[in-house]
Design a protein around this ligand. Structure first.
Ligand code: FES
Ligand code: FES
Length: 152
């Protein structure tokens, strides 16, 4: 099967198609940004975008993404130019341990692509499935607001 992975047509070998998309991304393609947290769809550490929709890749078989556009945190920057969400995350020093952050960033990117000027409630709803054990929620909200200002 084929997916468009961070803009490039990519082949997922037959042997990997029933594996969770997270394992295919991390182990077959070597993209380790998305993390294994709960492995059960509850924490959001594994969030990637499948056709623009935040998706828990730990519980999504790779086959479910057949023909889809898959975006990971590694695909956000354009060369040396960071995505505005990444830039805001750095500017506001959002991460603490960092483990949850690529999932947080991907959910924020999806939110701003559909809702460029989100309300506080929009942010709460969009980010509700992304847990952070370090409690960086306040900085995440501020960084989303900063990225929205920057026209992410
Ligand atoms: S690792 Fe996928 S939701 Fe927690
Ligand atoms: S920064 Fe540590 S879990 Fe979120």
């Amino acid at each position: 099967m084929q997916i468009i992975l961070n803009g490039e047509r990519s082949t997922v070998p037959e042997a990997w198609t029933e594996e969770p998309l997270l394992f295919v991304l991390r182990e077959h393609f070597g993209l380790a940004g998305a993390k294994y947290g709960c492995g059960a769809g509850f924490c959001g550490a594994c969030t990637v975008l499948v056709d623009g929709v935040p998706t828990r890749s730990c519980i999504t078989p790779a086959a479910a993404a057949d023909g889809a556009e898959v975006r990971t945190v590694e695909g956000l920057a354009n060369g040396d130019r960071l995505h505005p969400v990444q830039a805001a995350w750095i500017e506001l020093g959002v991460p603490q341990c960092g483990y949850c952050q690529s999932g947080q960033i991907m959910s924020a990117v999806a939110l701003l692509e559909t809702t460029p000027q989100p309300t506080a409630e929009d942010v709460d709803v969009a980010m509700a499935g992304n847990l952070c054990r370090c409690g960086t929620y306040g900085r995440i909200r501020a960084a989303i607001a900063r990225a929205a200002e920057a026209g992410a």
